[in-house]
Design a protein around this ligand. Structure first.
Ligand code: FES
Length: 96
């Protein structure tokens, strides 16, 4: 993802905003990323991705998601219909 791509589509929270929040606040748990403009508190789609970004930050790496914003947004819509995340996209984006 590019820094200006949105990680939390519900609240339009970009990767850059999350990186800045992580660097500035160094939250001990991923759930505190919700303090960054409400990220993760809507449909919940982005929660595993926020956890990944937090884990990357904790490891001293630059937080990133290895997925295009188009695929990320498209699979979110499927998640809204099925209430299940595409495991392949989660794995691809997070490498986990
Ligand atoms: S995309 Fe983040 S809560 Fe919906």
């Amino acid at each position: 993802m590019s820094p200006d791509d949105e990680v939390c589509l519900c609240f339009h929270v970009t990767l850059r905003k999350i990186r800045t929040y992580l660097a500035r606040e160094n939250p001990p748990v991923a759930s505190l990323i919700s303090e960054c403009l409400g990220a993760g508190t809507g449909c919940q789609w982005c929660v595993p991705f926020l956890k990944h970004l937090h884990a990357e930050h904790q490891k001293g790496r630059e937080p990133d998601l290895r997925v295009s914003p188009e695929e990320y947004a498209r699979t979110r819509l499927t998640y809204h219909k099925t209430n299940e995340r595409d495991a392949d996209v989660v794995q691809k984006a997070t490498g986990e």
